[in-house]
Design a protein around this ligand. Structure first.
Ligand SMILES: [Zn+2]
Length: 131
């Protein structure tokens, strides 16, 4: 793989869209604590009437959050389907622990893509020990 070539336009465009989502999300207010407080106020119809002040950054985030989170979830599931271990074959003296490689990128399991996903979305307990 050549690394001194300029990044291609499709890759650059994708990077810019992802960075835009990251920046917009960082600028938005976290609703974590407020959502916890509001959960206790849900009425018998299953709603919480609220009055709130939203900054422009919050509105920009909220307008795309559902769509973007759906896309990220779908991306994660597709990557998980692509990057999974398989027996690398070959002769090993340790038949109980055969060498596994990623069936997509062929790195030794767990591959860098799975590790990146696990670091972002999983807990460290979910990551198998690397031999
Ligand atoms: Zn992989």
């Amino acid at each position: 793989m050549e690394t001194d070539k300029p990044e291609d336009a499709a890759r650059q465009g994708l990077r810019e869209r992802l960075e835009h989502i990251l920046i917009r999300t960082e600028k938005a207010t976290s609703w974590h604590d407020e959502a916890g407080r509001l959960r206790g106020l849900v009425n018998h119809d299953g709603y919480v009437p609220i009055r709130t002040r939203l900054a422009v950054e919050d509105l920009e985030f909220l307008s795309g959050a559902r769509t973007e989170l759906l896309k990220f979830s779908e991306l994660g599931l597709r990557l998980l389907d692509l990057h999974q271990p398989r027996d690398a074959g070959g002769i090993t003296s340790d038949t109980a622990h055969p060498i596994l490689r990623c069936r997509s990128c062929m790195w030794r399991w767990p591959c860098p893509t799975f590790r990146a996903m696990s670091e972002s979305f999983g807990s460290s307990r979910d990551l198998p020990e690397s031999a």
